[in-house]
Design a protein around this ligand. Structure first.
Ligand code: ZN
Length: 210
């Protein structure tokens, strides 16, 4: 399937909102990365081209398989074709500067190659409230979260997003990052995993270009 736009949610885990001194939002905070931002997860990440810190945010990604507009819960849950992992790469210094000026975040969030995405695993009746994601960098656990901690669960998130943006087959939705975000440094080795009660669903790795 050819991927299309990426719809993202900000601050969907309370602990992450707090670590960046952001208020916990009362409604989902949405933004979009264009299709150009999607690159294979395993491609080495280049951080040298930006004057600002590149931060990692590991997120559960869902792949949309059918058109959703003003979707109800049944439509939204049956539209999830597959599940994977993505990095919502963020130029954090620039984002802070844009936020302070009241400007849109696009340059900080939607630059080229800002969305490394893994292969997707088919959604064969996966329990979307039982997904554990984890990221280690150089062998050290940096992020660990569970979909049950999401402020807006995945199905509700798709319903909400589809009120504003028609979701089409090939669209990818990123579902927010747990606490533990931080800066990427040249040479870092990243290992990410997705698991449920039955065991490991997916592991994927990448490196930051030296
Ligand atoms: Zn994010």
């Amino acid at each position: 399937m050819k991927y299309s736009k990426v719809v993202c949610i900000g601050r969907n885990y309370a602990e992450h909102a707090k670590e960046l001194n952001n208020p916990v939002p009362s409604e989902p905070l949405l933004f979009i990365k264009p299709a150009d931002t999607l690159v294979p997860f395993e491609d080495p990440i280049a951080v040298g081209g930006h004057s600002c810190d590149v931060h990692y945010e590991l997120e559960i990604a869902v792949l949309i398989g059918k058109k959703l507009k003003n979707a109800d819960a049944v439509d939204a849950s049956t539209a999830i074709d597959a599940v994977g992992l993505a990095l919502d790469l963020t130029l954090r210094d620039l984002q802070n500067q844009l936020k302070a000026q009241g400007h849109p975040w696009e340059k900080a969030k939607s630059f080229d190659a800002s969305c490394p995405v893994s292969a997707f695993i088919p959604n064969d009746n996966l329990d979307l409230t039982d997904l554990h994601l984890a990221l280690t960098i150089n062998g050290e656990l940096r992020q660990s979260g569970h979909s049950s901690q999401m402020l807006t669960p995945i199905v509700e998130l798709l319903q909400y997003a589809s009120r504003f943006f028609t979701l089409n087959p090939g669209d990818v939705v990123l579902t927010g990052t747990p606490a533990g975000v931080g800066v990427l440094n040249p040479g870092d080795q990243l290992n990410a995993s997705l698991a449920n009660k039955q065991g490991q669903l997916l592991t994927v790795s990448t490196v930051v270009q030296a």
